[in-house]
Design a protein around this ligand. Structure first.
Ligand code: NAD
Length: 255
């Protein structure tokens, strides 16, 4: 028996990174998965590698595109139980507040904050139609702690996701919809490793603050998402669900 037997999950940003890992895991655990990502992504390939999945093109920053994503999910699988709002960007021109231009700020908010808003706005009604469900909004540890190596737009967008998730958790709790903010620590994915590929010192500057001395794997984050998606987490609601290896608990680390 799978931990998500009979459930339908829509995962945004599922072509690669953590979302891809989660799509594989959720489908192994019995879910039907909608692998949602941008047209030029490897989403179709990810869906083909899952047990039971469909690729849907989406731009999470665009309202009609998000509504159409759910319409396709509904037509394919007859209902929706899990929203895993995972799509996010961290562009290189989002940096210190002194050098980040307003257009970079706008692009990041459009995907990371407005994207989650739209995915909840158009997705939660489908969960209500099913009598309940689980929403996993991806924030980050940076919603809780500050860094001198700033990515100001990204950090602010993740703060928005965290507080939006708490409010939704309270609003829909009595209708069976749980909403949690999944807050990963640094993870070995293309998004992060791209930034460090030609700058090992920048990587080391971050690694040293991790009590476990290493970044998370995508599977470790997907495992946490699986718990939040499944009925095993039936009393977990409105949580700031940290999966950070102790990073936000740390003052002085072992090195
Ligand atoms: N990697 C980390 O260290 C880390 C840490 C904390 C939080 N996160 C968050 O986890 C989530 C997944 O990150 P990842 O590391 O797997 O990144 P990734 O870049 O590997 O994957 C992100 C996916 O989102 C998709 N995407 C981007 N813009 C989109 C849009 N407008 N519409 C639809 N899809 C879009 C991309 O095509 C990509 O497949 C993100 O929200 C990220 O902010 C990552």
């Amino acid at each position: 028996m799978g931990r998500l037997d009979g459930k339908v999950a829509v995962i945004t940003g599922a072509a690669g990174g953590i979302g891809r890992e989660a799509a594989m895991l959720f489908s192994e655990e019995g879910a039907s998965v909608v692998v949602a990502d941008t047209p030029r992504s490897a989403g179709a390939q990810t869906a083909a590698e899952c047990k039971r999945a469909t690729f849907v093109e989406v731009d999470v920053s665009d309202a009609p595109s998000v509504a159409a994503m759910y319409a396709t999910a509904l037509a394919a699988y007859g209902g929706i139980d899990i929203l895993y709002n995972n799509a996010g960007i961290m562009p290189a021109d989002d940096d210190s507040i002194l050098t980040t231009e307003p257009d970079a700020w706008d692009r990041v908010q459009a995907v990371n904050a407005k994207g989650v808003f739209l995915c909840c706005k158009y997705g939660i009604p489908h969960l209500l139609d099913r009598g309940g469900g689980s929403v996993i909004n991806v924030a980050s540890f940076v919603a809780l702690v500050g860094a001198a190596t700033s990515q100001i737009g990204y950090t602010a967008s993740k703060g928005a996701v965290l507080s939006m998730s708490r409010e939704l958790a309270v609003q829909f709790a009595r209708q069976g919809v749980r909403v949690n903010a999944l807050c990963p620590g640094p993870v070995e994915t293309p998004l992060l490793m791209r930034l460090f590929s030609d700058n090992p010192a920048a990587y080391e500057r971050r690694r040293i603050h991790l009590p476990m001395g290493r970044l998370a794997t995508a599977r470790e984050i997907a495992n946490a998402a699986l718990f939040l998606a499944s009925d095993e987490s039936s009393y977990v609601n409105g949580a700031t669900f940290l999966v950070d290896g102790g990073l936000t608990a740390a003052y002085v680390t072992p090195e």
